[in-house]
Design a protein around this ligand. Structure first.
Ligand code: TXA
Ligand code: MG
Length: 312
């Protein structure tokens, strides 16, 4: 914590654990720090970052909360929900964070991140701690493997609890829109909002989580596989195996018992491990769409998408 604080207070970046995935954090009010984040990730500048806060007071100094956004914050913070709200004038947030938008994505992380922000006294801009377009890191080791040579410190707290990025929601005229499925299942948000979430993105928002190919491993991927060809790696889900699974070059199961929460925590690490097996193709058994399965299927679809997207 002290080493992280010392680096952050001079505009350096630090990889930190959050309950979702590891974040590459820098002081959101310091343009140099934010520029270093983009540089270390190789991230296109137009992609805005999430500002992480430690309490509601800090959140309301940065963003303008309508009643539903406040209710969702009260219910799910600290936790894996990001709210996109209008940016408060005079917030002190460096414009690189929002990529020039007049809205800002805010999240209050659990645990180490929240404590660190409280001691720093400034919000932290933190995208997932991975090279842009690659799989998010869910362990300190995965961060070090990917970004180790480019950043001065990785705070290692072992594997993250949720394993998927936060759910991103934006309230528009009193209705909540799902911008990215994630660690809070859509149904939980709908239960609090009292209405179904709007879906699909309105024009003009360029969210990298929305780019077709994102979270990509090196190997190609084949989803909803019910059989395996010799030499392929297999990512399983649940107790029943795809036909010919014994021929797989490598096999890992997201969850033996078909538990979606367990599957979420294993997703990125298993994809990375199967990628390292040297297989050219990773076959993936089907995962149901309910609960956290929506976010898991979202990440799998992006990982499987064609890689010729110039944004990645
Ligand atoms: O769980 C998480 O959300 C992790 C941890 C580190 O907090 N962070 C994360 O950040 O996933 P990142 O940068 O990989 O994804 C943030 C997403 C991007 O898709 C970005 O485009 C979107 O949030 N975003 C940021 N500001 C936005 C805004 N004003 N309007 C719409 N989308 C926005
Ligand atoms: Mg990311």
């Amino acid at each position: 914590m002290d080493r992280a604080l010392a680096l952050l207070s001079v505009g350096q970046v630090v990889a930190i654990p959050t309950e979702t995935v590891y974040g590459l954090a820098g002081d959101a009010t310091n343009g140099e720090a934010v520029a270093r984040i983009f540089e270390a990730k190789g991230r296109p500048r137009f992609n805005p970052l999430i500002a992480h806060v430690c309490d509601m007071e800090m959140a309301e100094r940065i963003g303008v909360f309508d009643p539903l956004s406040r209710k969702l914050a009260e219910k799910f913070w600290p936790g894996p929900l990001t709210l996109v709200v209008p940016l408060q004038p005079g917030s002190g947030i460096h414009p690189l964070v929002t990529a020039g938008l007049d809205t800002i994505a805010l999240r209050m992380p659990k645990g180490f991140g929240g404590a660190l922000i409280g001691r720093l006294g400034h919000p932290l801009a933190a995208p997932s701690a991975n090279t842009s377009g690659k799989i998010s890191a869910t362990s300190g080791e995965a961060v070090a493997r990917d970004l180790g040579g480019r950043i001065p410190l990785v705070v290692d707290a072992g594997p993250t609890a949720v394993g998927l990025e936060s759910t991103i929601v934006k309230v528009e005229d009193g209705r909540a829109r799902l911008l990215r499925p994630g660690g809070v299942p859509a149904g939980d948000i709908e239960a609090v909002a009292g209405a179904p979430l709007l879906r699909g993105v309105t024009a003009g928002i360029e969210a990298p989580g929305m780019l077709a190919s994102h979270y990509a491993p090196g190997a190609a991927m084949r989803l909803n596989a019910d059989s395996v060809v010799k030499g392929e790696a297999l990512l399983g889900f649940g107790p029943n195996r795809a036909e010919g699974w014994q021929q797989a070059r490598a096999f890992l199961n997201l969850s033996e018992t078909g538990d979606l929460r367990e599957a979420a925590t294993n997703l990125f690490a298993h994809l990375q491990a199967l990628d390292r097996s040297g297989a050219e193709l990773i076959a993936v058994e089907s995962v149901p769409f309910e609960e956290l399965g929506e976010a898991i299927n979202d990440r799998l679809a992006r990982a499987a998408a064609p890689r010729d997207n110039p944004h990645v």
